[in-house]
Design a protein around this ligand. Structure first.
Ligand SMILES: CC(C)(COP(=O)(O)OP(=O)(O)OC[C@H]1O[C@@H](n2cnc3c(N)ncnc32)[C@H](O)[C@@H]1OP(=O)(O)O)[C@@H](O)C(=O)NCCC(=O)NCCS
Length: 180
């Protein structure tokens, strides 16, 4: 398991699946905002790639996020779009509603940076998020990500086009222990 100061990132367990489905992916607004595609229901037992991890998928590594104290599941996180030629990847995360606003998101980003830069030897990490997602923007910036651009009206979300912000962090600018 990868450990931050508040959360751990471990493999997806079978028992995580119904919780993640009910609390994250069945939520139409949350899914529509976080996923860059149209919401549709996930049939119980289906092999939806957000829930059922394919360990042979080279370009994506998925984690379940747990509290370090008691091991309670609090969300899901991924390093995706892993490009071993350009040595870059994207970060994605979603926390259960009851786990938001406690500093876990900032810690998940820190742990994913450690995984991307140290374990995988990547040079650049990237995050795309809606421009009104203050908690995601702050979680990224606290870890040293900088805003590199605004993708105007790039996301169709529940009846309107919204801007996305693209943030990037290069390994030479990464300061592992400072969240400032
Ligand atoms: C986005 C998300 C991962 C952030 O994680 P989090 O644990 O809630 O965020 P944190 O508690 O680490 O807070 C990070 C910063 O944002 C601020 N923040 C948290 N919630 C906020 C809110 N609703 N509005 C404004 N600022 C907020 C915190 O005060 C903190 O700022 P600080 O470092 O200056 O104190 C989480 O809220 C989430 O899962 N949201 C739904 C799914 C989602 O949007 N995923 C990202 C898709 S790209």
């Amino acid at each position: 398991m990868l450990k931050g100061t508040k959360v751990g990132l471990r493999a997806r367990y079978e028992d995580d699946i119904p919780i993640l489905r009910a609390e994250l992916y069945d939520d139409v607004v949350n899914s529509s905002r976080a996923e860059g595609g149209p919401w549709r229901p996930i049939t119980p037992g289906s092999k939806d790639p957000r829930l059922v991890v394919d360990d042979k998928e080279e370009g994506r590594v998925q984690f379940s996020v747990v509290e370090l104290g008691g091991g309670t599941l609090v969300g899901a996180a991924a390093l995706w779009g892993i490009d071993n030629h350009n040595r870059s990847a994207h970060i994605g995360l979603g926390l259960l509603p009851s786990a938001r606003g406690k500093g876990y998101g900032t810690d998940v980003v820190a742990v994913l940076c450690h995984y991307g830069f140290v374990v995988r030897g990547l040079q650049r990490l990237q995050i795309e998020t809606l421009s009104d997602n203050a908690a995601m923007l702050r979680s990224a910036e606290r870890n040293g990500f900088v805003r590199e651009g605004v993708l105007r009206s790039s996301a169709w979300v529940m009846g309107e086009f919204l801007d996305e912000v693209l943030l990037g962090l290069l390994v030479q600018d990464w300061k592992p222990d400072s969240k400032g």
